[in-house]
Design a protein around this ligand. Sequence first.
Ligand code: ADP
Length: 360
Amino acid sequence: MDKESTPSSPPRRDGSEQLLRPRAWDQYIGQKTVKKALEILMGAASRRGKEPIEHILFYGPAGLGKTTLAHLVAHQMATPIKITSGPVLERASDIAALLTNLTPGEILFIDEIHRINKTVEEMLYPAMEHRSLDIIVGKGPSARTIQLDLPPFTLVGATTRIALLSQPFRTRFAGGIFRLEFYTEKEIEAILAQSAAQLEVGADSQALAMIAERSRLTPRLANQLLKRCRDVAHVADQNMITPDIVEKTFDLLGIDKAGLETEDRRFLSVLIDKFNGGPVGLSTLAAATAEDPDTIQEVYEPYLLRLGFIERTPRGRIATERAKEHIKKTYAETFRMELPLGSSSNVVESLPVDGSMLQP
Ligand code: ADP
């Protein structure tokens, strides 16, 4: 018998993100308020005939399902979708080429839309408002503007940094601006169960709950953890993810009970140890952690804020007592040692700034 076809051995399927992306509206779990609003928007547009929906904007931390939702809107409206992202639209000609090649009703999805430059942004204004594109031909005194009509289309923008979008730009998303929320653990468990089925790997409910607990309530990360657990299961020559396998995987990845990775703990320990818990400004923190300020704001902070581990104040970032407790506890668990009572701040202060002691 072919080994790969036995129930206990790994199936051949590959587990790329594409494979796990929900293909039907019902497979998109959670985000009920946003889904409801979109259903009304799409239902109304469909009733009016061939009209596309108005331009919409999704915002929220990475991995919460903005791109997936854009694909699903296209699927529901039975229209094609073109995908691009802010940083690649450098010149006016880039956006002009995209817009003039749209088919009627098509969706243009621009990821990281806060990163498009001002020229491109301003070209989008008339395109979004009255489907026209102003192109400047020639240079100097002989330059003239020609106006091109565009087919009806829907711009779907996605951003992790809504505050960086100018007010005039925001107001042009007439269909609505939708904030995607972190998921509940139960929703993440449902996403994981769906993904496990897609990946053709078994998983018991306790194991899924354990993964959900440390998934930062983010589907992308939950799916990535699931795939790592699957790897560990396969190496153990089984096609079933059990609590044991999950524990082993988290130990290997250095993920603690709050879902923090080594890098998050390093970030926190710099804030706590080097700056006495803050407040400290973003640029100083970026220099001390050797991280880009954008990475701090987009990768580290959303979940730490959600956990109540840090606070953003006008004077800078502050680590909360909760964060200090967590770092102290993780440190103690990692080294399997009892800490003397009343030593919380001393212990935290004695942590190395590079977080190296925190690595399992
Ligand atoms: P974003 O664009 O916000 O960074 P994505 O849409 O790329 O996030 O989502 C990342 C992955 O997470 C998707 O490929 C999909 O597998 C999964 N995912 C996201 N949202 C959901 C959801 N609501 N239900 C099921 N899976 C989801």
